[in-house]
Design a protein around this ligand. Sequence first.
Ligand code: SF4
Length: 419
Amino acid sequence: MPKSIVSIAKGVDVEKMVHEVLAPFGGVKNIIKPKSTVVLKPNAGHDAPPESSVNTNPELVAAVIREVRRANPKEIILAEASAIGCDTMECFEVSGILKAAEDAGVDKVIDIKQDKDLIKMPIRDARSDISRMLLPRFLVEAEHIINMPIFKSHCSMVFTCALKNMKGVVQDKVHYQMHQTDLAAAMMDLWSIIRPDLQLADLIRPSEGFGPHATLPTDFGCLVAGRDPVAVDATVCRMVGLDVNRVAYFEPARERGIGVSDPDQIEIHGPSIEDVYKELWLPYLEGFDKYPEYTLDTEGACSSCLGLVQLTLEKLKSLDEYDKNSDVTILVGRKSGIPEGVEHDKLILHGDCLKKYRKHGVFVGGCPPAEPHPVWAIVDRKDYTEIGPGLRERMAVEGPLFEKHMHKLKQQRDKDRQN
Ligand code: SF4
């Protein structure tokens, strides 16, 4: 079986790097047919400025538009459906992506959330509870899609890159449904009906820390490209020191036949992984020994929920709520029973796999739950099952406190490493 080709480019000149990283695929003219429609799907999910590294680097978006133009396409479209609760056009604007794309000569910018021309796509052999998804017609009919994620640490998936970025092609209703079922399986179901031609991962300044919102950008200076999204994500993980066996979605991706993660099945072009290796601080898999004050049962939990619980405990610290709430017992993962004698308000049931016990404790719905809900469920001692009004306002108040806390953690971590 032929190996999946993954190409790495390292440098400071983004235009040159884009050109170099496409060379192993025969260059842009071999990837893009003349007179075709090309959709660029960056990560522009949040209204955060370019220096935050929350969204794809605008300079990269501009360089890709200029490179694609050399293949003489009919039309280049920039498209995104921002995160639930965010306004896509605002995200495009604040991220600097809109201006960069317009200056580079993009033909059209589409907010997928507002698109009315949708096609119902059946999912054959669905692994999640979703049997069909609505997708924009322009996307389904486009000859080419270029997936352009930025690498970030991510609470519900450990990290986000090529596989997860495609979640941003669905409207809020489907996005929401995906969070109500097995998210990793739903992501792979989505990949079974829409498949970009190329993944071009932005590791120019990826984000460490407790992403995806509280980011810590760090210089890395790389681009990674490949047709196989699983091989791209696995390679990126190896470049930053993340063990692919500890991330929940490589297995469902492999099972669904979306790509390969085994290094023996991947052919690297450009500098080797060792040449560009730089370990990033990705704290979601560090474990729970540092939270002895809390009673946690995480047996059987997926990495998505483990990361989220860790973020929750750190967020409680940042809000000065950690000590006040250490009387709770947090249950995560599938269980065949719950502890006896724990008061309703002191038992936190984290995630849909504990739904059947919801009358016995405070229930946080979702698979995994939405990022702020576990913190709020613990502080407010009430169920959180749906993304409701006021989410952004409350997150806006809590965000800066957490960012401050995260910087302190990073300083401490760097100090410990030096000693
Ligand atoms: S809710 Fe359960 S099944 Fe879903 S991600 Fe969390 S631990 Fe896994």
